[in-house]
Ligand binder design. Sequence first.
Ligand SMILES: Cc1ncc(COP(=O)(O)O)c(C=O)c1O
Length: 384
Amino acid sequence: MIKKFLMTPGPTQIPPQVLLAMARPIIHHRTGEYSQLFARVNDNLKYVFQTKNEVLSFASSGTGGMESAVANLCSPGDRVLVAAAGKFGERWRDLAAAYGLDCRYLEYDYGRLVDPDDISRSLEADPGIKAVFVTHSETSTGVVNDMKAIGAAVAGNAAVLVCDSISGMGSAEIRTDAWGVDVVVAGSQKALMIPPGMAFVSVSSKAWALAEQSTSPKFYFDWLKARKGLSQPQPTTAFTPAVSLVVGLDAALSLIREEGLENLFARHIILGRACRAAIKALGLELFSPDDDRSSSVTAIRIPDGIEDGKLRGLTRDKFGVQLAGGQGPVKGKIFRIGHCGYYNYTDIIVAITALELALKELGQPVELGSGIGAAEKVFAESLA
Ligand SMILES: Cc1ncc(COP(=O)(O)O)c(C=O)c1O
């Protein structure tokens, strides 16, 4: 028997409480019962986003939330700035192109951080820039950008700051209001612990002012329609919501509330730290920085002589542990262990055990137990 164990940065494992909630008979979305649930979910989303702004929800994958930001904030020909250091940062550039925007592009190598000073300089040089698009947790590299510093770089400029925190929200801290992030996009299938299929977008008053003027084509993703739904005495969505996912989200958010944001971020920091300690003890090289900010996903260089497909194929097919591969220029060069969401200390041990055994089988000179020992030490220290 193979027991399947998902250790990817989305989709992620789902708590049994959430699975059970989603298995309940479906309710109708134009009812008081649904509105009550939806209102509670919206309040709890604001808690996780650390914002007083409205958080809009859409039945789409995370990219839909990103597209909604581009379509609602901008009009064709608008000048925008994209700062990208990986596959998901590039998505902002591609969306800007799809909507006919005039895009200034700050590009960094995969694995690098976005430099807030470059953003300051770009805004100073071109005050006509309307929006700055960045990625919080760059899932393709394991790098988490310093959103506080990026927020400070954009503050005082006319531009709005838009952040993709699809894999960051709920695992790497982002203080939406305190750090001046006008628009934050999150996705359901990462640290929010429900299946794929929903996107969430928080919108500041500065961003609403742009949305009211935008002439880009939009229909389903029209933020004004979404806002109207939320402002009803019985809050709702403009179109049929993903009812069962919202029911699951209600259960997931109450688990987050129970844990508390402080404990939740502390847990993710320890998960990342343990993962990195294990990787180093195994003699492998980290690709993501050896830095506590990298709390959502750990990226690792594939050792010379080892084939990505064989390594991850073994961990999956022989030991049940699904890891993620590299993307873009680092495809085949790195693999990734996701630990955002419903993960605990022992989950890291399971992943590292599979990795050690697979590496050994492929002839890599690893000492069995060295990785899990190093991870255990991190856990023991954190519990002391
Ligand atoms: C940082 C980031 N941005 C965007 C996306 C795209 O989200 P989706 O695949 O849900 O559209 C992902 C998904 O992995 C992501 O991690």
